[in-house]
Design a protein around this ligand. Structure first.
Ligand SMILES: Nc1ncnc2c1ncn2[C@@H]1O[C@H](COP(=O)(O)OP(=O)(O)OP(=O)(O)O)[C@@H](O)[C@H]1O
Ligand SMILES: [Mg+2]
Length: 260
């Protein structure tokens, strides 16, 4: 098979140019009035947002705003108390987490959660455990091209990687599930600015690979700089939304999140 035909085959079915050329953008994820609680603490107070096929959408907000709770609700590991989550036109609100991964939802969790004693390559292969297709090697190669340092060190224990490299591994592992929608929880957390840039560049490059991205960040400036659209969340509620470049110019957003 030629490189080109492999790449065409690599694109998930509903991310094809035919699908994205429709006049109306096609919703991949649609969250409506979502609520979720920890005991008496209501972490999500009716969150509505959507992500269209092919977009990079970011959700920015401070400490404890509800970002991780929302991501975990979408991936199915956090119970919801109300509202709905629709993915590829199917209501998945009651679909168990393990069935959402093969359905096309991949997550790089907060704090990376890589398996330190395992090799880098074994960590990556764990991301592909639900797959039965024959493109796993092709995708492994794709991750190695995106993050060459992971290839160089692929046989070594993942625990020996730096924070930035572990973040690359967490993203790579999520990509190994060949998700239609990639959920990223604060990939820039704790990284030096140069590594933040490198990670963001890699995330931005996913758009060319037909991966749709929902990126959650405290680092609003970094996230908005690569996103198409954004949402701002404060104590469990969406308080602003718009094109990423408009949000970056919004006075209230700048004051609260961009430190300017
Ligand atoms: N396991 C838990 N038990 C009780 N309360 C929790 C738990 N996890 C989160 N919370 C509370 O839920 C709210 C939302 O937390 P969440 O972790 O979703 O915020 P976040 O936006 O991801 O914050 P951060 O940027 O610090 O990661 C906060 O008030 C938090 O204290
Ligand atoms: Mg969080």
């Amino acid at each position: 098979m030629t490189q080109q035909s492999q790449e065409m085959q690599a694109a998930p079915a509903d991310n094809t140019p035919e699908a994205t050329e429709d006049k109306a953008p096609k919703k991949l994820l649609d969250v409506k009035d979502l609520t979720s609680s920890y005991g008496r603490i209501q972490a999500l107070k009716g969150v509505s947002l959507h992500v269209n096929v092919g977009e990079i959408v970011t959700l920015v907000g401070g400490n404890g705003a509800g970002k991780t709770t929302l991501l975990r609700s979408i991936s199915g590991v956090q119970p919801i108390t109300g509202g709905s989550i629709t993915f590829r036109d199917e209501d998945i609100s009651n679909v168990p987490a393990h069935k959402r991964v093969p359905n096309g939802i991949g997550q790089s969790p907060e704090g990376r959660q890589i398996f330190g004693p395992l090799s880098i390559e074994d960590n990556l292969m764990l991301g592909a455990y639900t797959r039965k297709d024959d493109l796993i090697d092709f995708d492994l190669d794709r991750v190695y091209k995106m993050f060459p340092v992971l290839k160089e060190r692929r046989k070594t224990a993942a625990g020996g990687l730096s924070g930035g490299q572990q973040q690359m591994l967490a993203i790579g592992r999520a990509l190994m599930a060949r998700p239609r929608l990639l959920l990223l929880d604060e990939p820039s957390m704790g990284l030096a600015p140069i590594l933040v840039d490198q990670i963001l560049e890699a995330i931005a490059s996913l758009q060319k690979e037909a991966v749709t991205v929902f990126l959650v960040e405290q680092n609003a400036f970094a996230a908005l700089s690569i996103a198409d659209r954004g949402y701002v969340i404060e104590t469990g509620k969406i308080t602003a939304t718009g094109k990423a470049k408009d949000l970056m110019e919004d006075d209230a957003v700048r004051e609260a999140y961009l430190g300017v």
